[in-house]
Design a protein around this ligand. Structure first.
Ligand code: CDP
Ligand code: MG
Length: 833
């Protein structure tokens, strides 16, 4: 029954190919390690001198000369009129008063923790103080400072700002490096990068040779990369006594970090902000005259038709129930009486049901009645932001560009768009910024006077027991709410409108759970392995708050299953290659398989798409239209992944014809996401060429790209064990995962639009719990694909289904795998006899 040997052959092929690639790489003079330290995989080597000067004293002299030049340039700027003006501004920041004390503390202690209100000058000033003081004391050329940021956009915008403060173009003394972009040069001595980039550097350079100072910024956010970095750096400190580590945090949990580093000194920068008045839902309702129960308001916008289908009727009913709950909450002094279920459903539905129209009402109120000043609106995610933006654009007042400058701010913004956020609007025009969480701490927009806080954040949690990530909108923490409020009042007293009742706020958790405790650890465990620090479990137990051992076991089990770790938990050859790809391990494997089987391009698009985000938009109010638009790309191949490939290719073509904008608009596609996918494709393609896994000759890499079944098989090889069986009943169809749990398809999946699916299995990338468990993108696959390209568990499939294997003769033949195929077939025949 179990054609295990067949499967082993496919795995063997993968192994052989990887071995060959490694040999090739070694022959051209570079090992896999060298390949890793190229720029594209995230190297941040700042020391460009290391190999060019055999003579020590010559090198010394050159360094001295460089240091001297740096000092002269710095002094010249500081004495220039613009330099002075800039200096005056910098001196006005709260951090400046503490400058000397901070420099001394950093010189005396290997680790210090610095906290201070957002905007007091931690990120832009502190690394700069060190740079300036090193330059001033003639050590400029040998100092090398890294400052990590949790997000790309903050690394980029901060680097830009600091170069401007130094009167230099970006890429001189100050540069940045993020996953797809970077600006740095041979004179760069202060580098802002994402925490992920520093982690990648640590993989190949365990001692951070040449680096003198490391700043880890925004540690209070407790992002997974930051928590991980802290373990690695803590381990590194004894080996690098001269290295200085500075941790920076916005809110007041500095003690936690200080204790973690054996009682490192903490310094608080006292800040000054204007008072901000907090108003809760009850006040906001009174202020705007908005009626909670009036769902007709939605209808007022001409969408009466919306309520026609059964599902929508149910939604409406639920919204009305939630409204009652909210009204209840408004009349209660305590939220304690609610069951956790009621709280969850409030978090889930309340912002949807009162959110957009209430936000609109609040914005109108501000524009009509309040003093001048920019408005910052906190939303949950990009989808919400873009729907709200569309709604506001249609509004007579808020959509009038002569009166309102509407800008958005989220993690995947293009650089040009970022600039808009900081721009000063013309007189009498009010700036309204729709932002995600990222405007909470990493980005400071100076002219904000009003903050609108919807109180909800889209947060991934992880259910280790069921090994399922959950994406539930949840209430933010009290710390976040305070932080959001603090964004107003930077230039004059401010107002903050929290769109939830005060008693709901009272029930918020103090702090958000650290990311390490609420995400699957697959990628992380793989990285730990390549750090060569011993057992994964032991390493993670040194974390600030260690993850559950079940979560670690799940991750190790997964890495073994996909062949990245062997039985003894050592990295396999495949695993080593996977650590070079800055992408989820299973997607990395898909990419390598696509290269091996010569269908690189489509697989490249799929992997890039899955690691950026879905380019298919799903606006709240046009779900059906968007779904129909997407299914036009499906062409009956029962695959969201193939639909993605078609959409991307169509976009490229439309771009050539100059009609990309219409194309995106017509098909509910996000041009921005497609652009990001495009950049990521280039990056992956470069890395794979660099490691010798794909050939320079593009046509050869794509010899079999037209072979749909092959592409399907490669998708399966990457996404396995994400599979669900398709169960057909007389009138309905349902889906079951390996552990027999029932799952549902996302409304936007092409497969959700079919009555029947002519494949026994769906492979999927992601299973997400949102009340019930959903699978996002899926592709139909046959038994034979599953058996050949799935992993060990797939062996449970009946051998009788194997006859479809004949369909694969073509790709094995075309691919010089004839011999292998004949062997497979022979074994198969034996099995079937
Ligand atoms: O890191 P922290 O929140 O403490 O503050 P920062 O990012 O260093 O910003 C300090 C000040 O620099 C802000 O209050 C802004 O006035 C200014 N700044 C700016 O004008 N433009 C930027 N892109 C960043 C900061
Ligand atoms: Mg900062």
């Amino acid at each position: 029954v179990i054609p295990l040997s067949l499967q082993r052959r496919v795995e063997g092929l993968l192994q052989e190919h990887l071995d060959r690639a490694q040999l090739k790489a070694e022959n051209v003079g570079g090992s896999a390690d060298d390949a890793m330290s190229t720029d594209q995989t995230g190297d941040i080597s700042l020391d460009e001198n290391k190999d060019s000067f055999p003579d020590h004293s010559v090198m010394e002299r050159i360094l001295q000369r460089r240091s001297l030049r740096m000092r002269n340039m710095q002094r010249a700027w500081q004495e220039s009129p613009e330099g002075r003006k800039m200096m005056d501004f910098r001196k006005s920041l709260p951090a400046f008063k503490e400058k000397e004390m901070l420099l001394q503390a950093i010189a005396r202690n290997q680790v210090i923790v610095i906290s201070g209100e957002t905007g007091c000058g931690k990120t832009t000033q502190l690394p700069q103080y060190i740079l300036e003081s090193e330059i001033e004391s003639g050590r400029g050329a040998s100092c090398s400072i890294i400052c990590t940021q949790p997000r790309r956009i903050s690394a980029m915008s901060v680097a830009d700002r600091v170069s401007a403060e130094r009167g230099e173009p970006l890429g001189e003394a100050v540069g940045y490096k993020v996953r797809l972009e970077g600006v740095k040069g041979k004179n760069t001595h202060l580098l802002f990068c994402t925490s992920g980039i520093l982690l990648r550097r640590l993989l190949s350079d365990h001692n951070l040779n040449g680096i003198t100072h490391v700043f880890v910024d925004e540690i209070h956010e407790r992002g997974m990369n930051e928590d991980f970095l802290l373990i690695v750096l803590k381990d590194l400190l004894p080996r690098r006594q001269d290295l200085r580590l500075i941790l920076m945090s916005a809110t007041l949990n500095a003690e936690l970090f200080s204790n973690y580093f054996g009682g490192a000194p903490t310094i608080h920068i006292p800040g000054f902000t204007y008072p901000v008045r907090a108003q809760f839902l009850e006040d906001v309702l009174e202020m705007t005259g908005y009626k909670l129960t009036s769902f007709n308001q939605i209808d007022d916008y001409g969408q009466e038709k919306m309520w026609k289908t059964q599902r929508q009727l149910v939604q409406r009913k639920r919204k009305n129930q939630i409204t009652t709950l909210v009204e209840d909450a408004l009349n209660k002094s305590s939220f304690e009486n609610y069951s956790s279920r009621a709280r969850d459903s409030l978090a889930h539905w309340m912002p949807d049901c009162i959110g957009f129209n209430l936000i609109e009402a609040v914005l109108c109120h501000i524009c009509r009645k309040e003093r001048p000043g920019a408005v910052l609106v906190f939303m949950t995610g990009w989808e919400d932001i873009s729907s709200l933006r569309d709604q506001l654009k249609a509004h007579p007042l808020l959509g009038d560009p002569n009166r309102v400058l509407l800008v958005t701010c989220h993690g995947s913004m293009a650089t040009s768009e970022q600039k808009l956020i900081f721009e000063k609007p013309p007189p009498n025009v009010r700036k309204i910024v729709l932002a995600t969480n990222m405007a909470e701490a990493s980005i400071t927009i100076n002219d904000i006077v009003f903050v609108v806080d919807c109180g909800k954040a889209k947060e991934t949690t992880y259910d280790a027991l069921n090994n399922t990530p959950c994406l539930l909108p949840s209430w933010i923490s009290k710390a976040s709410a305070r932080q959001r409020k603090g964004r107003a009042g930077r230039v004059q007293p401010g107002e903050c409108y929290h769109l939830y009742p005060r008693c709901v706020y009272e029930a918020f958790a103090e702090y958000q759970l650290p990311e390490l405790l609420r995400t699957p650890l697959n990628s992380l465990c793989l990285q730990i392995k390549s750090l060569q620090v011993g057992s994964i479990g032991e390493f993670l137990s040194a974390a600030l708050q260690p993850p559950e051992s079940l979560a670690v076991q799940n991750a190790i089990g997964f890495l073994k299953m996909i062949g990245a770790l062997d039985e003894k938990e050592n990295l396999t050859n495949l695993g080593t290659y996977l650590t070079m790809l800055p992408v989820d391990p299973k997607l990395g494997k898909m990419l390598i398989m696509g290269a091996i089987f010569h269908c690189f391009d489509p697989v490249l698009t799929i992997v890039s798409g899955l690691s950026v985000r879905d380019p298919f938009l799903l606006p709240q109010d046009k779900k059906d239209l968007a779904g129909t638009a997407k299914s036009r790309f499906s062409a009956k191949d029962y695959s969201d992944h193939m639909a993605l490939v078609r959409a991307y290719e169509g976009w490229k073509e439309a771009e050539r014809e100059g009609s990309a904008y219409e194309y995106c608009w017509r098909n509910f596609l996000s041009a921005q996401t497609l652009q990001a996918i495009h950049s990521l494709r280039k990056q992956f393609s470069f890395i794979l060429k660099d490691t010798g896994l794909v050939e320079e000759d593009a046509s050869n890499n794509n010899k079999l790209s037209h072979n749909q079944s092959l592409v399907r098989a490669i998708i399966c090889s990457g996404l396995y064990p994400g599979i669900a069986s398709v169960v057909h009943r007389e009138t309905s169809m349902s889906f079951k995962t390996m552990d027999d749990g029932q799952v549902f398809l996302y409304a936007n999946s092409v497969n959700a639009h079919y009555e029947t699916i002519p494949y026994p299995w769906l492979v999927f990338g992601e299973k997400v719990k949102v009340n019930t468990v959903f699978i996002r993108d899926s592709t139909g696959v046959s038994d034979s694909i599953l058996i050949l390209f799935g992993g060990a568990l797939a062996c449970g499939v009946q051998a009788g289904h194997l006859k479809m294997l004949d369909g694969y003769i073509d790709f094995f033949m075309d691919h010089n795998l004839a011999e292998c195929f004949l062997k497979l077939k022979e074994e198969l025949d034996k099995l079937l006899q």
